[in-house]
Ligand binder design. Sequence first.
Ligand SMILES: Cc1cc2nc3c(=O)[nH]c(=O)nc-3n(C[C@H](O)[C@H](O)[C@H](O)COP(=O)(O)OP(=O)(O)OC[C@H]3O[C@@H](n4cnc5c(N)ncnc54)[C@H](O)[C@@H]3O)c2cc1C
Length: 391
Amino acid sequence: MTATFDSTFVESEERRDLRAAVRALGSRYGLEYSLACGKEHRPADELWREAGKLGFLGVNLPAAYGGGGAGIQELALVLEELGASGCPLLMLVVTPAICGSIISRFGTPEQKQQWLPGFADGTRRMAFGITEPDAGSNAHRLTTTARRDGSDWLLTGRKVFISGVDAADATLIVGRMEDARTGKLKPALFIVPRETPGFEYRPIEMELQMPERQFQLFLDDVRLPADALVGDEDAGLLQLFAGLNPERIMAAAYSLGMSRLALDRAVDYAKRRTVWDTPIGAHQGLAHPLAQIRIELELAKLMMQKAAFLYDAGDDFGAGEAANMAKYAGAEVAVRAVDQAVQTLGGNGLATEYGLAALITGARVGRIAPVSREMILNFVAQHTLGLPKSY
Ligand SMILES: Cc1cc2nc3c(=O)[nH]c(=O)nc-3n(C[C@H](O)[C@H](O)[C@H](O)COP(=O)(O)OP(=O)(O)OC[C@H]3O[C@@H](n4cnc5c(N)ncnc54)[C@H](O)[C@@H]3O)c2cc1C
């Protein structure tokens, strides 16, 4: 596939059609559906399945494995549009974007055949587990370790905040293994099916009203066959990097969809609600913050599109800086958009019926995951500005 960028800043007809089709699906589900799933602690299976049948979940995956043969630009568009409809699918960040990209680029032919068609048609899902309780933002501290036992692997460790494990057929676990030559530990990625003995997952109670739950994982000498290792032994670090840019671009799309939803609802309300003689949207105290949010949203979206274009064009290095910036900008605008939308609705901003209050914690996720605001600022300070590292 050759990556194309809408350099005239007018979206191609194909992408506009995709946007409209996703929007049509999203508007049949909407915020109420998403919040109800969250309240009942159940994954958004109906929406996931339907999106899979329509080909939306695998737009970025290779056509040879049932995907759409397009790129992260299109997958981000799908997530943004579902978010703007009120029903973002967090697992799009994980299954097709992270796991799909890693397996497409580094998986063995058997692994591709086993997983990618199911990712594309929505029949299989994969979670992604890197965060550990004692490592946090410092991936160098990961202690989940694989050791060989004959041709098998035995994987032991703990993970925390892993999304969607209950609905996923397997979790892609980032661990470490001993380098046969140097004896040092190096990253390695393993596919761990959910029902594997020794693999335990427990939900973490979160103040988030979203369909996807977060889990603590306990891996206690989990026995895995040789082919559970993704690709070959020496590609762990590259695999990890291959997943990071799509993850950040999709996190930006998640935040931008939510920002659009909040802004649309605020604007609509501000046009209709009259307390004095004019609708409240005429007061600059409300109008200007909404206008600022619109500007910031457009800026963040341009950065997301730049990052996605660079990634699709194969420029992983260039995409890295842009993906970090897009993820940062998206999270910041989402927090502001939701806060201002709540303010615009006054008391109704906190009323369950309007659904905005539930987004307050949802918008905050973007500042923390998959990488925190501070770690992005560290990245830009060190890599873009060349400032010394403090940690
Ligand atoms: C809703 C949700 C879903 C998630 N889903 C997944 C998932 O599917 N898979 C997965 O692997 N993980 C997932 N995570 C975990 C997420 O990626 C981590 O929470 C995140 O990377 C931060 O790690 P931490 O929580 O351990 O915070 P810590 O690393 O403990 O950081 C705490 C605070 O310290 C700051 N800090 C740390 N180091 C520095 C430094 N050097 N300079 C400045 N500030 C610093 C951080 O920015 C943060 O503000 C999810 C988290 C949430 C909230």
